[in-house]
Design a protein around this ligand. Structure first.
Ligand code: NI
Length: 248
C-alpha cells in the first residue's frame, strides 16, 4: 500500500458513514468563542473498527458485475475481483472500471481450469496469459492469484509468481442461488479479518453481497481490498504463499 494506514482508516470510515465531519454550520458559533461540542462517535468506532474483505470470482459478467460495481460505489465499498481471463478479454472496459474505482484485481486462470497437474507451458497458458492480458488492459502487473476451486499443490505455489488468496467464509452461492440463505450464512460467520468468497456472475450473489455490506456496516465493519486487509494487520503478502484470512 502506498499511503499511510491512518489515511486508509479515515477514508474507509468516512466511506462507510461511520464518521461525520462537523457540519459547516458550526462556523457560525465561533464568534461567541464557544468550542463546538465534539461529534458523537458510534460505539463501533470507539472500540476500533473491524475489517473484512469481499472477494468475487469468475467474472466479469457485464450485467451482474456492472450492477454490483454501481452498488459498491454508492456505498463506498472496495472489493477484490478474481477474474477469468477470457471474461476479462471480452469485457475490458468493466475491468478498467474496477481498477479505476479502487477495487483490487486478481487472476482466476484464463479458462477457469484446475491448475494442479499442469505442465509449465499449460500453467503459463492459464496464469501468465491472464497476467499479460490484465497488464495490457490496466497498465500494471501486480495481480494476486486464486486457483479455481481453491485447489493447489506445491507446483502451483512455486509457479504462481504472486501471493495466493483463498477464503475463510464460503456461502456456496453457486448451489441454490438463494440470496437470503447466503447472506445469513455470511453474517453468522463474519469476524474481523474474514475473507468472503462470492461469485459476481449470479444476480442472487449480488443481492446477497449488498445485504451483507449493509448489515456489516451497521455493525461497524469496514470493507477493504485484500492488499489493504493484510497491510492493516502488518502481514506482508509473499509470492507463492497461501492466505485464507487475516484474523488478528
Ligand atoms: Ni471460480
Amino acid at each position: 500500500m502506498k499511503t499511510g494506514k491512518w489515511w486508509l482508516l479515515l477514508a474507509l470510515a468516512l466511506a462507510a458513514g461511520l464518521l461525520r465531519l462537523p457540519p459547516a454550520a458550526v462556523e457560525a458559533d465561533t464568534s461567541l468563542g464557544n468550542v463546538p461540542a465534539p461529534q458523537e462517535s458510534p460505539a463501533a468506532v470507539q472500540q476500533g473498527p473491524r475489517y473484512i474483505a469481499l472477494t468475487f470470482d469468475d467474472g466479469p459478467r457485464r450485467s451482474t458485475t456492472t450492477r454490483l460495481l454501481d452498488a459498491l460505489a454508492e456505498r463506498g465499498v472496495k472489493a477484490t475481483f478474481f477474474l477469468v481471463g477470457a471474461q476479462a478479454e471480452a469485457n475490458p472496459d468493466v475491468v478498467q472500471r474496477m481498477d479505476r474505482e479502487g477495487h483490487q484485481i486478481g487472476i482466476h486462470t484464463y479458462d477457469h481450469v484446475l491448475l494442479t497437474g499442469l505442465n509449465g507451458a499449460d500453467f503459463a497458458a492459464q496464469v501468465e496469459r491472464s497476467r499479460t492480458l490484465l497488464k495490457q488492459i490496466l497498465g500494471h502487473n501486480d495481480f494476486l492469484l486464486r486457483p479455481p476451486y481453491g485447489i493447489l499443490d506445491e507446483g502451483v505455489k512455486s509457479r504462481a509468481g504472486c501471493p495466493i488468496i483463498l477464503w475463510s467464509i464460503d456461502p456456496e452461492d453457486w448451489k441454490d442461488r438463494n440470496a437470503q440463505r447466503e447472506a445469513e450464512l455470511i453474517l453468522s460467520q463474519a469476524r474481523d479479518g474474514s475473507i468472503i468468497l462470492m461469485h459476481d456472475i449470479f444476480p442472487e450473489s449480488v443481492d446477497a453481497a449488498l445485504q451483507v455490506v449493509d448489515a456489516l456496516h451497521q455493525q461497524g465493519y469496514l470493507f477493504c481490498t485484500i492488499e489493504e486487509l493484510f497491510d492493516l494487520r502488518g502481514i506482508p503478502l509473499e509470492a507463492g504463499q497461501v492466505y485464507c484470512d487475516a484474523y488478528p
